[in-house]
Design a protein around this ligand. Structure first.
Ligand SMILES: C[S@@+](CC[C@H](N)C(=O)[O-])C[C@H]1O[C@@H](n2cnc3c(N)ncnc32)[C@H](O)[C@@H]1O
Length: 303
């Protein structure tokens, strides 16, 4: 594949998750599932839980919104849904592979900016900037300053993502990475003219995903890795011992992180908090920038 930008291991992980999720489970979204009362937590219901998440998100879009910028749009399922609901949608996606999927999905109905949000330059201004589980990937200050810059006056910023609680994380306990510090987020957003309209804690609705992830690690990934190691040890004993010795720390760390049940719902709830935030900008910065990132549709959203 001809990649025009360097791809980080996190981007690669997301692409891998997207391919596997789609192939094995028919999953289209890249976000957590939202588990309402009565929906049994099992892998077969993950798709339904992801759809509940999207509906929950959409139900918090204020009335009167026309244009939405979906930042870090993943495979474009949420964008597609928003287009179907009649919104004018543009997407930001730094991943060439995912951007390709988004273009296939929404075609001419929405513009795809293939770049990182921090690098986006556009004359377009939006009624709402959406971060659906993409906020954690962008440097905190860059994300909120940029969102403010490209919002129309009195525009909205809707964030739904995982944050880190201000508790000391114990080594080996917290198997889930990611998320900005919640306290830092509250501090930094105070520096911009945003007014908070909603702060909804959905940690208990999203933490069951960790149980599923842990089950997948224990029941699928670990047996595969163990069989591979056994095969190597039987077929190439010397090389296996040498590799085991050379990489013992990394192997131990990986086992501790992925295969020791550290990704439990209980630990997630102890260290993380999953929030939906809705903010409204109080005034707007004049538009003075030009589009420079790859924009394969060659059109500008100026709604
Ligand atoms: C967990 S996925 C969420 C995808 C989608 N929003 C959803 O709800 O299914 C994270 C997304 O953030 C994107 N992303 C990562 N770093 C980014 C950045 N610096 N700017 C914009 N998007 C970014 C990834 O490419 C991916 O699409």
């Amino acid at each position: 594949m001809n990649r025009q930008t360097t791809i980080s291991s996190r981007d690669l992980g997301l692409e891998f998750a997207s391919i596997c999720g789609r192939y094995f489970l028919g999953l289209e979204h890249l976000h957590y599932g939202y588990w309402p009362d009565g929906l049994p937590v099992n892998i077969h219901n993950l798709r339904a839980a992801q759809e509940h998440y999207t509906n929950f998100l959409v139900s918090h879009i204020p009335a009167g919104i026309r244009s939405i910028l979906d930042v870090g749009c993943g495979s474009g399922q949420t964008s597609k849904h928003l287009v179907e609901l009649g919104y004018s949608v543009a997407c930001v996606s730094p991943s060439p592979m995912l951007s390709g999927r988004v273009r296939q999905l929404i075609g001419d109905a929405g513009q795809v900016f293939e770049c990182r949000f921090e690098e986006l330059q556009t004359d377009g201004r939006f009624d709402l900037v959406l971060f659906s589980e993409s906020f954690q990937y962008i440097r905190l200050t860059d994300a909120i300053e940029k969102a403010y810059e490209i919002l129309k006056p009195a525009g909205y910023m809707l964030i739904c993502d995982v944050f880190r609680k201000d508790v000391k994380e114990q080594a080996g306990k917290n198997g889930v990475g990611g998320g900005h510090r919640l306290a830092k987020f509250y501090r930094e957003i105070e520096n911009l003219p945003f007014e908070r309209l909603e702060d909804v804690d959905i940690t208990s609705r999203t933490s069951p995903n960790l149980q599923l992830l842990d089950e997948a690690m224990q029941d699928v990934a670990r047996p595969i890795v163990d069989s591979g190691m056994d095969f190597l040890a039987g077929r190439y004993p010397l090389m296996s011992r040498l590799l085991g010795w050379l990489y013992r720390r990394r192997i131990e760390a990986a086992y501790g992180k992925y295969f020791k049940g550290a990704r439990s719902s209980v630990d997630f709830e102890s260290f993380k908090t999953y929030r939906l935030f809705l903010y409204r900008s109080i005034s707007a910065v004049p538009a003075d920038s030009k589009t420079t990132c790859t924009d394969l549709n060659q059109t500008l959203v100026t709604a």
